[in-house]
Design a binder for this molecule. Structure first.
Ligand code: SF4
Length: 375
């Protein structure tokens, strides 16, 4: 399994909690698209000996691109690397961009999975987060996408915000269940440095986030979604009818992926790469046929820690097979700590892997840190 991620670095406005790379000016859009196409060609060798099974347009806000612009990017990928027969092709999109006409154009394109940034069905939440859409847009786009025939839809929701009461959170979840959305991603609001949210909290405009609300809403999510037939296959991701994200699952299992676009990350052949976080510099360098990225070769310890970080977030867990690929001292370290965690019922061993039981998922970060190998 290998995947390609394309970063679309534009948004209509800055959400108060967001620290992703994007520009709110679309002035460089055409130049950026040319640069993306060029980078795909420059990265051709990633496709040597790899079949690409997933393509993921993330951002930023990829739904600011027309269906034709997205198709032109898809076509260059298809001309440059070998694609599997029916690759999963996901588009992150915002409700205010999803008119029925645009949705129909997407439905007729290679995009076969929509990832809709709903975040909440309550206008007070959306306003506080500075989202560009209203609750009505969220309902309309889901109904229109279902009517047009999209059957692989995932929606994002954010819990733990100042304005989100437990009742509102339950109602957000229930609304997606009622729409029979097959995949739901839930993210706890976090305060990232240099965001408007962080500024508001530091200046005393808002209080700090409430940990007990965070925990209660995390646990409510598990209860409500699992009772409605969803599987928490990753700490933030729930799927029904096996509609898991192939792209993200490959990433969590440590498979290779290539990131295209400013600020995108890649991981392959044991190395991590990250592209420059500036649209202007990215375009300039790509024009010279250079890929503006930094590279880091991971040590074996770092690769092990990274594998724990992603693997233990999933229900599939960390496999014996992969753990055996690490040096004996790392394996011994893992086994000694794992035994203690198993005794405390914080880890489970099945016939293939170690994983964190559902009732302990809320402690995933702490459990993972205990297993880290620190030199
Ligand atoms: S739309 Fe998405 S990427 Fe853009 S600012 Fe909001 S959360 Fe960040």
């Amino acid at each position: 399994l290998a995947g390609i991620y394309i970063h679309i670095p534009f948004c209509k406005q800055a959400c108060h909690y967001c620290d992703f790379h994007f520009s709110t000016s679309l002035k460089l859009k055409d130049q950026l698209i040319s640069a993306l196409l060029n980078e795909i060609r420059l990265q051709k060798s990633f496709g040597d000996n790899r079949i690409i099974e997933t393509i993921y347009f993330g951002g930023g806000t990829p739904s600011l691109f027309s269906a034709d612009e997205l198709i032109s990017i898809f076509n260059v990928i298809a001309q440059t690397v070998a694609l599997s027969e029916n690759p999963e092709c996901t588009l992150e999109c915002n409700p205010d961009d999803l008119s029925p006409e645009y949705l129909q154009n997407l439905f007729d394109s290679p995009v076969n999975r929509l990832s809709i940034g709903i975040q909440s069905f309550f206008d007070e939440d959306l306003k506080l987060m500075n989202r560009a859409h209203l609750s009505q847009h969220a309902h309309d786009c889901i109904q229109d996408a279902l009517k047009i025939g999209f059957d692989n839809i995932t929606c994002d929701l954010i819990f733990g915000s100042h304005s989100t009461t437990d009742q509102m959170w339950e109602s957000n979840l229930q609304t997606l269940v009622d729409y029979q959305i097959p995949h739901i991603s839930v993210y706890g609001l976090t305060v990232e440095p240099k965001t408007a949210l962080s500024h508001f909290i530091q200046s005393g405009k808002y209080p700090s986030l409430d940990d007990s609300k965070y925990q209660a809403q995390f646990l409510k999510t598990q209860d409500l979604l699992c009772a409605n037939g969803y599987e928490q296959y990753e700490i933030s991701n729930y799927a029904s009818n096996q509609k898991i994200s192939k792209h993200n699952s490959a990433y969590w299992q440590g498979e290779d992926y290539l990131g295209i676009g400013p600020s995108s990350h890649s991981f392959y052949d044991g190395c991590r790469y990250w592209n420059v976080k500036s649209n202007v510099k990215y375009i300039e360098e790509i024009k010279k046929n250079l890929i503006p990225c930094e590279k880091e070769e991971l040590t074996e310890y770092e690769r092990y820690n990274e594998y724990l970080l992603t693997g233990l977030r999933t229900m599939a867990g960390c496999s014996f097979q992969k753990l055996k690929s690490f040096a004996v001292e790392i394996q011994n370290h893992f086994e000694a700590i794992a035994e203690e965690l198993i005794d405390k019922k914080m880890l489970i061993r099945n016939e293939k892997a170690f994983y964190i039981p559902q009732e302990q998922r809320i402690f995933t970060d702490g459990i993972t840190q205990e297993l880290f190998y620190v030199v």
